[in-house]
Design a protein around this ligand. Structure first.
Ligand code: PMV
Length: 336
């Protein structure tokens, strides 16, 4: 029987960062993210019955066949026993498309692996609701760690955390108690550079293995997760801002102090951050920035000040950006 499955999952932006791993893609510290809604990957998975036992998988990105990513997916899928039956009995064709332009430097592996894992799982087993999400979250983590947080919104935690009973290193869990202040957040993604970065995240994670500050960083990040959970509950913007910005700079400080040190921020990244500091000081409005493992800046703010922030972005920040994507908080994805 031939079948088609469509899955659509968003990206997420970590407010408390995952940086450093052990074992089979398990995190050295807990992380906490805000789920996005406009930066999404849609995967169309077509299954064709076959009789030979060879793996047959074709991978297309926006209609174009991609051999390098295909190899990554074959390696990933064939390492998961859950997908054995599927790979043995069906030829698979995956077509993946992103809602955002592909040369922007936005980390697309979170939304891509969330959508791919969800489609493969849906083709492999009949699971419902919570059980499906948990299993898809776990399987996506094995492809790209941060992907496991894209199944839940508006916020998700990945990694064992004291006091958060359901939390696990294997999969993400939703953050259930969120104050009104944080229910309608926005993320203006300021693309300052659209060239591929020189050092991949997996190399960066690896450099945490013999990093002199690693243990202090893992303790700090877990503490930040705890503090962010209570902040999301209490609605305290000042605390939200200080944790989010300190986390972004701490992530980049780890890169800059690895034995093989490197820097992903660009002069324009610093200029944009400086202007955000200045704007906040002058207006007292609750905006802050965070950074991924790259030079682009995510400007985070509540919907209530959207008008003022957009004017600020267009008049002051735009000159240092190549592209701006106005995204907002989201609630996960779906598979059908
Ligand atoms: O999911 P990976 O292996 O690409 O690592 C992502 C790491 C950061 O984006 C920098 C932080 C995070 O928690 O998403």
């Amino acid at each position: 029987m031939n079948k088609t499955i469509i899955s659509k999952y968003p990206s997420n932006i970590a407010l408390v960062k995952y940086w450093g791993k052990y074992g089979n893609q398990l995190p050295k510290n807990a992380s906490l993210s805000m789920t996005l809604s406009k930066a999404v990957t849609e995967v169309k998975l077509e299954l064709m019955e076959k009789t030979n036992s060879e793996i047959e998988l074709a991978y297309f990105f926006e209609g174009e066949e991609k051999e390098d990513f295909k190899e990554r997916i074959v390696k990933y899928a064939s390492a998961q026993p859950e997908f054995d039956y599927l790979l043995k009995n069906y030829a698979l064709k995956i077509n993946s498309t992103n809602s955002f332009p592909h040369s922007t430097g936005i980390a697309s592996s979170a939304s891509a692996f969330a959508a791919i894992a969800a489609a493969l799982l849906s083709a492999s087993a009949e699971l419902d609701g919570d059980i499906f999400n948990r299993e898809a979250s776990r399987l996506s983590r094995l492809g790209s760690g941060s992907a496991c947080r894209s199944f839940y919104g508006p916020y998700a935690v990945w990694g064992e955390l004291d006091g958060l009973d359901a939390s696990s290193n294997e999969f993400a869990v939703p953050v259930l108690e969120v104050h009104e202040n944080f229910k309608n957040m926005r993320d203006a993604i300021l693309i300052v550079e659209d060239q591929p970065k020189k050092v991949s995240s997996s190399v960066g994670h690896g450099l945490m293995k013999d990093h002199p500050y690693a243990e202090a960083r893992f303790v700090d990040a877990n503490k930040h997760c705890q503090e962010m959970l209570s902040t999301l509950k209490s609605g305290d913007f000042d605390k939200f801002i200080s944790i989010t910005e300190r986390e972004a700079l701490s992530l980049h400080a780890m890169m800059m102090t690895s034995t093989d040190y490197y820097m992903l921020m660009k002069p324009k990244t610093i200029q944009v951050i400086d202007e955000i500091f200045e704007f906040r000081e002058q207006t007292g409005l609750p905006i802050c920035f965070t950074l991924d493992a790259g030079p682009n800046v995510h400007l985070i703010y509540p919907e209530s000040i959207e008008k003022e922030v957009k004017t600020f972005v267009e008049t002051s920040l735009k000159k240092n950006t190549k592209l701006i994507i106005y995204d907002e908080i989201g609630f996960g994805g779906k598979t059908k």
